[in-house]
Design a protein around this ligand. Sequence first.
Ligand code: ADP
Ligand code: ASP
Ligand code: MG
Length: 444
Amino acid sequence: MIVAKFGGTSVSSKGSVLTLCNIVANELGRQPVVVVSALKGVTDLLLSLSTLPENKIEKKIREIRKIHKNLIVSLWNDKRLQSETFLYINSKLNEILQLIMKAEPGREFLDKLVSFGEIMSSYIITRALESKGMKAEQVISTDLIVTNNNFGSAEFLVESTKRKTQKILTPLVKTGVVPVVTGFIGATRSGQTTTLGRGGSDYTASIVGYCLKAEEIQIWTDVDGVFTADPRLVKNARSLPIVSFKEASELAAFGARVLHSRTIRPAISAGIPVRVLNTFNPKNHGTLIVEKSRASGKAKAVSFKRKIILVNIYSTEMLRQKGFLAKIFKVFANNNISIDLVSVSEVSVSVSVDDKKNLEMAVKELAEFSHVSVIEDMGMVSLIGEDITSSTKTIRRVFEILDKEKVLARMVSLSAANINISIVVESDKVEKAVKALHDKLLLK
Ligand code: ADP
Ligand code: ASP
Ligand code: MG
């Protein structure tokens, strides 16, 4: 059994959907389970509905309808197939309208609202596979993936998800049916729709792969695999044939959008290789992510994040105190804030976070026992590679390069796990730093 996930661009045009159908047809011998994202741009459009005044909503819905209609019309000449599919899309758009009219605003509502993107795309892809002579069935993942109630970035509950996923998907694949699973969404125990965070369809694929003990998880996207840097920003970045689980996790967590940050975890625990492949260049080998790749002691890739927030916490209470750091981290944990980097001196602690959610509350609590300052709109640049910090040469070169570019490091973190060098810089210096580090350290 394999799991093949197709991202937004891979399900949005006639050409890519036909390629998807070919890929699935070629893999029928390995019992593929397909996972799909919403059509490109649809998740953003759905989210925007939540903030629009009532008189603008119809227009936005028309935009969403048009994206789906264009695809449907381009895919088939068969009028009956076209109208059945269009009828389904229209019924979902009506459900969206009703939801907006009666729902209370909040995260629960937003998750329910955006879930329609994947629900609509999975229907189209199911019909596309059928039209190519395959047996396929749409599966809405609220029936498979049980999550906690952290709306917007929910975490799956292992045992119940495993039970449901196996119960629903195994009989399908055993009878030669290709399940087409909605990415990105799950449901709480009580059945409320949740989402796994932006880009979460990758995570769905790896959760499903983990539950079914798949032999491989394929992430089909719009580039030739995992690159040495985001190819959109760095034109001479190159695709990496092989990276380790650890390197891929670290890259994803430190900003490389090609994989959702939690994708690799289930794959690691079940030892399932992950392949990142290009729907627009399907013959390319892409990137294979496996347990071990050759550690070279050098940087393999550079990633970046924007909109980083630095929180500096000062207190003389810290001097030779025990438990002060625990007190600080407890505040972040209690407010459900995930910390990226930490740097500690005798009387201060600096942490970087990438989400403003709950931050105000945390700062208030920290201010009860320390002096706190918050610096917004910073950027973070990370160099990733196993054994990267084992050579003094790499570290020296990083600072030489930044010095030459006149980029000031506001905070630095060398992971003791020897895989990541991260530097917080002014937001408008991110691009310069990424390009310079890539040119000098990653171009052969
Ligand atoms: P999908 O919709 O298929 O999930 P995404 O847009 O989420 O696609 O992810 C693919 C994009 O990730 C690429 O188009 C690329 O711009 C970006 N990206 C960022 N960093 C990297 C990297 N290191 N390697 C490859 N792609 C990257
Ligand atoms: N459609 C969702 C998003 O845009 C999930 C995904 O594409 O992976 O974030
Ligand atoms: Mg993605």
